[in-house]
Design a protein around this ligand. Structure first.
Ligand SMILES: Nc1ncnc2c1ncn2[C@@H]1O[C@H](COP(=O)(O)OP(=O)(O)OP(=O)(O)O)[C@@H](O)[C@H]1O
Length: 299
């Protein structure tokens, strides 16, 4: 489990990560969302033990990660700009990983060549950016880490390989409880893979949500009545948004479907529709509720 408390990082006088608390449970996938400069890379580098926090603590399985080689052997950070030793071939880089990561699995490395399809003797710096990113995944997944920390991992990857890599990550999470953090500025890019989402703005979280809870308990309700609208209808619910379009009232309501049905049906509406929301719609309303326009934060 990753546990960060009051995590704070400053460069000079500028605080870029401010008292961040987060918990990533074993075997789960945490999506760290935020615009350019929000502090995502800084947080991921502190969690990976690359940067030292100014204040606060980070514990991975109750141990500090900074300068903890043993713990770092269980964790792989893939940066937003792939980095390899200059002039190394895939094979040489794999040998380096095999020496450092005790769980390195040679059979898996060979097996994954069928997916990544790159020549072992090629020099990595001669590959395109997208191919280099694929090499990062190939090596990381062959090292069988307990923790995989990914900074904007899908940039520059085509749809097919993106889907395959997501499948491989899912597999490792399901089969051996790997724990994953993924940063992105794009909700759509990671919503299909994450269990949990944290939205970062100016170095602090403005929203944190378990996606299973979100998908199940927020509804779009459209209603029309022959007579007056019953004003207190949703008083016992959390209403994220409401508006009137002609005679139709639109509500975004948090609550169980059965409870909403019961309240609405007692008032005998002329029109009653209860529609599912996309994840993006939920985030738009949630963020509107706390005073942010989603387009200022995410793309
Ligand atoms: N080495 C550094 N020295 C000074 N300021 C830095 C340094 N690294 C990052 N920053 C600043 O910290 C803030 C957060 O940067 P960070 O890279 O963590 O953001 P990010 O959310 O990952 O952004 P992006 O999506 O653009 O990668 C930015 O204002 C950035 O300018």
């Amino acid at each position: 489990m990753i546990h960060a408390q009051d995590l704070t990082k400053s460069y000079g006088k500028k605080t870029v990560v401010n008292k961040v608390n987060l918990q990533v449970n074993k075997g789960s996938i945490y999506g760290l969302l935020g615009s350019n400069g929000a502090g995502k890379t800084t947080i991921l580098k502190m969690i990976s033990g690359i940067l030292k926090e100014n204040k606060g603590t980070i514990l991975i399985d109750d141990q500090s990660i900074f300068e903890n080689t043993k713990k770092k052997q269980q964790l792989i950070f893939i940066p937003d700009q792939p980095y390899f030793f200059s002039h190394y071939t895939v094979k040489q880089m794999a040998e380096f990983y095999r020496d450092f990561y005790p769980n390195w699995n040679e059979a898996r490395f060979n097996q994954l060549q069928a997916i990544f399809k790159m020549d072992l003797k090629s020099k990595i710096h001669q590959f395109s950016k997208g191919m280099q990113r694929q090499v990062s995944f190939w090596l990381a997944l062959s090292a069988m880490p307990d923790y995989l920390i990914l900074d904007e991992p899908f940039d520059g990857l085509d749809v097919v390989i993106r889907k395959r890599i997501k499948g491989l990550i899912f597999n490792d999470v399901a089969e051996r409880d790997m724990t994953v953090m993924i940063s992105s500025h794009n909700l759509r890019e990671i919503e299909d893979i994450c269990d949990y989402i944290g939205i970062l703005h100016d170095g602090a979280f403005i929203l944190e949500k378990d996606l299973d809870d979100l998908k199940s308990d927020v509804h779009k309700v459209q209603l029309a009545f022959a007579d007056e609208f019953p004003e207190q209808l949703f008083d016992s619910f959390d209403v994220l948004h409401q508006e009137k379009r002609g005679t139709v009232h639109l509500f975004i309501v948090r609550g169980e479907k059965a409870d909403i049905d019961q309240v609405v049906n007692t008032k005998q509406p002329l029109i009653y529709d209860l529609l599912p929301l996309t994840l993006e719609e939920i985030f738009v309303y949630e963020m509107e509720g706390i005073g942010y326009a989603i387009e200022e934060i995410l793309v």
